[in-house]
Design a protein around this ligand. Structure first.
Ligand SMILES: Nc1ncnc2c1ncn2[C@@H]1O[C@H](COP(=O)(O)OP(=O)(O)O)[C@@H](O)[C@H]1O
Ligand SMILES: [Mg+2]
Length: 361
């Protein structure tokens, strides 16, 4: 089967990242000049993809990639840093092995040690500390880039952010550092609230939706390079998704699969694609929706219809002003709601679409 030019699951390969040139250039400039940066944006906006591209572009620099997705304990954090260090290659890796040996750290086997027999088990906080010593020691000899993806989860592990800050703070010149995270408010708190170890330690950079011209180019060239014509699809995709990167790609993929080689996408193509993506996501939407508190559900419904969360429109949903305000804050914190040009909007256009169809009033 012909591979789709529109992958929509998981991060993209560096060469597949388009429409993010300014952001990539800004991040490359930041990491090469040693400015610590936090990259904020909702889930599936392309943070990991952009950072992969940055890592690939700074060829003279070794990248240590740490993924803190859903860490809940110091042992988790230590294991993820161990994974990141063990996955390095080249000169960084050989220096790291030497430094680690000197500190009695066995790179790549911390997980085994932390889950082994209790009496031999190292203290996770000490293991984390040693791994950080390896990292900063090697970084002082080779230009390196540390990427910590899904950083916001660190807030759940007591002492982890503090240990990381202490280890890194004297090495901001040796290391390019980017922290990325999908929970916008948690990320903001980690870098802007006074009691936090990383308070004031990073510049915040936001990743937004894809520009409509970028979607136009991505869709057009994906069709053209596979012998198809996208017709007016890009405009429809833009109107429906508002540039949400993953949803735009998912819809482009569905349209593409309904367009045989040598033909042009049409209005029917679009209708079939939307129906298909709706069907594929319906179960997930149902589950997602039932996980929201009742005030949150009402706010989501009101915002999906473009209505106010206060006043008569909200009255139909039986929503008090107090609970509307509270739910709005929770939903912004969780990255489900965003503000676009002063207007509240759902981050996920498929969820907005599902709500409008499921709850016509
Ligand atoms: N620059 C881009 N161009 C087109 N699609 C993109 C782009 N960046 C991300 N995407 C889409 O979004 C999906 C998720 O990207 P990912 O980098 O994993 O997001 P995040 O890390 O923010 O959750 C990708 O599978 C792809 O479909
Ligand atoms: Mg990601």
């Amino acid at each position: 089967m012909e591979a789709s030019p529109f992958p929509y699951q998981g991060p993209l390969e560096p060469a597949e990242v388009h429409g993010r040139d300014d952001l990539v250039a800004d991040l490359v400039e930041r990491v090469t000049s040693g400015r610590v940066t936090a990259l904020l944006g909702p889930r599936r906006y392309g943070k990991t993809s952009v950072l992969r591209r940055v890592a690939a572009d700074v060829t003279e620099v070794a990248t240590v990639w740490v993924d803190l997705y859903e860490v809940t304990s110091m042992a988790d954090v230590a294991v993820r840093f161990d994974d990141g260090l063990a996955a390095t290659t080249g000169r960084f890796a050989s220096t790291a092995r030497g430094v680690a040996a000197g500190l009695a750290v066995n790179l790549g086997v911390v997980k085994v040690e932390l889950t082994g027999p209790a009496r031999n088990r190292p203290d996770p906080a000490l293991a984390f500390h040693s791994l950080l010593q390896v990292l900063v020691n090697v970084a002082s000899r080779h230009r390196s880039l540390l990427i910590v993806d899904e950083f916001s989860s660190i807030g759940r592990v007591k002492g982890a952010a503090g240990a990381l800050r202490t280890a890194l703070q004297d090495h901001y010149r040796d290391l390019g550092i980017v922290f990325a995270g999908s929970h916008p408010s948690m990320m903001r708190t980690l870098f802007t609230a006074r009691p936090e170890p990383f308070y004031g330690q990073a510049d915040l950079v936001e990743i937004g939706p894809l520009e409509s011209t970028a979607v136009e180019r991505i869709v057009g060239s994906g069709f053209a390079s596979t012998g198809r014509d996208a017709g007016h699809l890009a405009a429809r995709i833009n109107a429906f998704t508002g540039g949400h990167p993953q949803r735009a790609m998912q819809l482009a993929d569905a349209c593409w699969r309904h367009t045989p080689p040598g033909t042009s996408a049409s209005t029917e193509t679009w209708a079939m694609a939307v129906t298909e993506v709706r069907r594929a996501s319906a179960d997930g939407m149902e589950r997602l929706y039932s996980g929201f508190a009742s005030g949150e559900r009402s706010v989501l419904r009101a915002v999906a219809r473009g209505g106010s969360i206060y006043g008569t429109e909200a009255g139909l949903l039986d929503l008090s002003a107090g609970s509307a305000t509270h739910a709005r804050q929770t939903l912004r914190n969780s990255g489900d709601l965003t503000e676009l040009g002063g207007q509240l909007a759902l981050v996920d256009p498929m969820l907005a679409d599902w709500l409008r169809r499921r709850f016509p009033i």
